[in-house]
Write a protein that binds this ligand. Sequence first.
Ligand code: ZN
Length: 275
Amino acid sequence: MSRAAGRGGPLLTRRDLLRAAGVATGTAIMGPTLARAVPPPWPLPVPTWLTGPIASADPGSIAALPVCRYRDEPAVGDPDTDWATMVLDTIHRLGPDDRPRRLVSVRKAGIASELGARIIPAAVDDLRALHDASVEAGAEVAIRTAYRSYAQQATVFSHWVAVSGERHARTISARPGHSEHQLGSALDFSGAGDPRAPWDHADWGRTAPGAWMREHAWRFGFVLSYPKGMTDRTCYAYEPWHYRYVGRHLAQAIQGSGLTPREYLWATFPGPTGA
Ligand SMILES: [Zn+2]
């Protein structure tokens, strides 16, 4: 497991920081860089798993979002319990043996998948609700890919390196260990019955299912990891098909913040420092 990775800084425990994340407004915990980027304060619902009295933490002690770079630092948290809050980006990664304890077919959610996609059980009910709503809206979605192991991601990344060179591949594909798909909670959506992969569309976000997802997915707990025009924050090119399940409560908070999921999670769930 990739737990207990430090990010330098003072000796705050993860518990302290999670409690600090429960304060009613986000700016207090963001640090100066992020605080400037959003209109303060926005309503920040307390995630359901944050209970107990809220303590205060020194706002200056939490690191600002790092600029995009390529490192292999261990991701902070346990994928089995922190799958909603772990930051996986071009810097932080899971280990080769990190995998969800349990995975189930997305078909359990009544959604089509040609490739036998699997997800963590926690996402099934909301995925079913999302799919039902997309059908009702005349914008039915299907699943292209979901869980990918470290080894599968290595294959995918190698493919893109062969096609377009490593430098370009790094902007459109995650190096092994760095993919949110390894958590079992990230999904690549497509249009139901659409023979084309979403990445073969000029902009899948402009198709009926893609536009519906952008507007409504967060209501069902899914957030768009790599929105358009945010590459300097997300470190990846726009991917209108790639959503990560974080649960309805957290998805609502991320949506309300106006931040990308990477920025929001980094600021709100920094994990143990110096523990
Ligand atoms: Zn994806």
